[in-house]
Design a binder for this molecule. Sequence first.
Ligand code: KIV
Ligand code: ZN
Length: 388
Amino acid sequence: MDNRVIIFDTTLRDGEQALTASLSVHEKLQIAQAIERLGADIIEAGFPVSSPGDFQSVQQIAKTVKNSIVCGLSRAVEADIKACADALKVADQFRIHTFISTSDVHVQQKLRKGFDDVEAMAINAIKYARKFTDDVEFSCEDAGRTPIDNLCRMVENAIKAGATTVNIPDTVGYTIPNEFGGIITQLFNRVPNIDQAVISVHCHNDLGLAVANSISAVQVGARQIECTINGIGERAGNCSLEEVAMIIKTRQDFLGVHTNINHQEIARSSKLVSQLCNMPVQPNKAIVGSNAFSHSSGIHQDGMLKAANTYEIMTPESVGIAKTKLNLTSRSGRHVIKHRMESLGYQESDYHLDELYDDFLALADKKGQVFDDDLEALLFNIQQQEEK
Ligand code: KIV
Ligand code: ZN
């Protein structure tokens, strides 16, 4: 089995769907170019039939992006697929992604159909999409809640109809890692033609498990992960691109797979998406949060000054962040104060560490974080008093 995991970025489709204010064509193009620089294999650029603006941006992205395959989403109906093909045909190579629900609740309550009808629609849609491109992805919407016999049947028939990638979404973020991995394992064990398609996963984060579920699926053979920058998306969002990319890189020893992601582009892409989408990143978000590489307690700071891998399992530079931050707070010890004074250009002979440290602690207790300017002001005050 190929040990490369394909990264399918859906920031501009599933991510954008959740924004309150829509992005302009120019803004979408900026994000698409950032995703291309990031090295995502596939960029899902939008849902062309949904609006003229979406059609135009998918077309513009298909014209501009050269190093990632551009993809558009369509329901399992010919008009949607035709709109996708029309928007994407300017690209040398493109993917049509078509989907239909397969869970009982969606088939019966949302679509008000039977499973046989839905299966027939899926097969027609895939065959129709294949008239425009050899690269057709089919998704079983709400696969996480689909009875396994139905899911196996749908996957087998989708591959027979010509789907080259079959995507298994946990649309409502309902499953837990062993369970989701178990669904993928059953597909590999029971679908006879499974090796003729790439098995993809698309996990939502309603229970905070989107990344864990995606990794669990990769461990049992899935080879495409659908994700978004900063994990933006419907409700609690989608699987976060930066998290899966860094898990796969950092734990390659255990997982034995890799991606084509240019990890050093991660921080920059995250900032761009956060700014353009007007969605701040929480400070403690893994990989890209402002605290992801900052250390506050004295014990951790002392460890970091001795060896960076005491408390960091990856370097900030590896994701495009300039450096580790050691926050000066009342939990900081003398070692970090001495180190900071050195980096500000002061020799040990310029000040009394104990005296400065006492003043530092008094200030930190009052104001929380102490900055370099504060430290220099404390030193200045001590020197002034000594001169009196
Ligand atoms: O969550 C989902 O099921 C989707 C599909 C359209 C792939 O976004
Ligand atoms: Zn989704």
